[in-house]
Design a protein around this ligand. Structure first.
Ligand SMILES: C[S@@+](CC[C@H](N)C(=O)[O-])C[C@H]1O[C@@H](n2cnc3c(N)ncnc32)[C@H](O)[C@@H]1O
Length: 301
């Protein structure tokens, strides 16, 4: 994970070492059943507070690296190659959910392309109904104008909650779900997040996302990489995010590894092929606030 210094001048590697020594010390005192995660919550809580501050930031306080206004052409460049075709195939009664939509610019571009259909990744002339989801409300005047023009039964913006706090009864189901540096990159409960996404997806529908700073499925790790999302199996061996996802029942997962991007990035497409979905559970071990945050998860046995 990133080498960020704490206020004591210790970086994560040092802190992990100190932490390990504490566990060994406690075990030597006969407290052999003390598990590392029982010591972790105070530090995790502090990092969660810092992360909330990033979500709540407004105006000049929004960190420049926390990008909230990517348009549809950027989605086309960042998401797996089939995304634009999948968007183009949607009919007017189909539904598209954009999780972690920021200002909702991608949906605005999609609807604006009614007027300029030649735009890259504009979809078909018949527009699907679209829902933008964000923890914090980043709507702009442009969004409000567009929503008034096309009607809020066609485009909706939901905020104030995380994805996991919605039910299928509230949100309904979708043929297409996207996530560009949204919940998949930011959540502290990755397995629950993926299970939730799949619960909102119709059988036959697809989820398109990406995750930066990971060990890649189809490329060798390079030296000196600062990883953001790290996974381990139940006995502590490194696990790739795609290998983990491929263990999910009722899905077909494809990954495109981008080793030459600024950070090694996996572009992920998950197709739901039957309804009995089951995602192998991950437990959060480390979280370091950021945009996106640094996270370490371990597969539950
Ligand atoms: C960096 S912005 C990305 C915005 C947009 N996708 C873009 O590329 O411009 C992160 C977005 O993800 C949202 N987000 C993070 N975790 C989320 C979660 N668990 N559920 C819903 N939204 C989430 C944030 O509220 C924010 O809207």
């Amino acid at each position: 994970m990133r080498s960020v210094k704490s206020s004591l001048g210790l970086n994560i590697a040092h802190m992990r070492l100190v932490f390990l020594l504490i566990v060994i010390f406690l075990q030597a005192l006969g407290l052999g059943t003390v598990r590392a995660q029982e010591l972790a919550p105070p530090r995790l809580d502090e990092e969660f507070r810092k992360q909330e501050k990033i979500y709540r930031s407004q105006g000049a306080d929004v960190p420049s690296g926390y990008v909230i206004g990517r348009g549809l052409s950027e989605y086309a460049e960042l998401l797996p190659s089939g995304f634009c075709d999948a968007l183009a195939k949607l009919g007017s009664s189909d539904r598209w959910l954009d999780i972690g939509a920021g200002s909702g610019q991608a949906i605005l571009d999609y609807y604006a392309s009614e007027a300029a259909p030649s735009q890259k990744c504009s979809g078909s002339a018949q527009k699907a109904r679209a829902v933008a989801l964000s923890i914090e409300d980043r709507r702009t005047d442009k969004w409000r104008e567009q929503a008034a023009r096309v009607g809020d039964d066609r485009i909706r913006y939901l905020s104030g909650k995380r994805l996991r706090q919605y039910s299928v009864e509230e949100l309904g189901k979708f043929q297409l779900i996207s996530d560009v540096y949204g919940g998949f990159s930011y959540t502290e409960d990755l397995s629950q997040f993926v299970a939730k996404v799949l619960s909102f997806l119709e059988v036959g529908g697809a989820f398109y996302t990406l995750v930066p700073g990971v060990h890649l499925e189809h490329a060798k790790d390079k030296l000196g990489i600062l990883y953001l999302t790290e996974l381990e199996d139940a006995v502590g061996r490194p696990e790739r995010v795609c290998s983990w996802l491929k263990k999910t029942a009722c899905t077909q997962v494809t990954c495109e590894s981008k080793s030459d991007w600024k950070r090694p990035t996996e572009l992920i497409n998950i197709r739901k092929v039957c309804s009995d979905v089951s995602v192998p559970r991950l437990k959060l071990w480390e979280f370091e606030a950021g945009y996106p945050p640094g996270r370490r998860f371990q597969l539950e046995p």
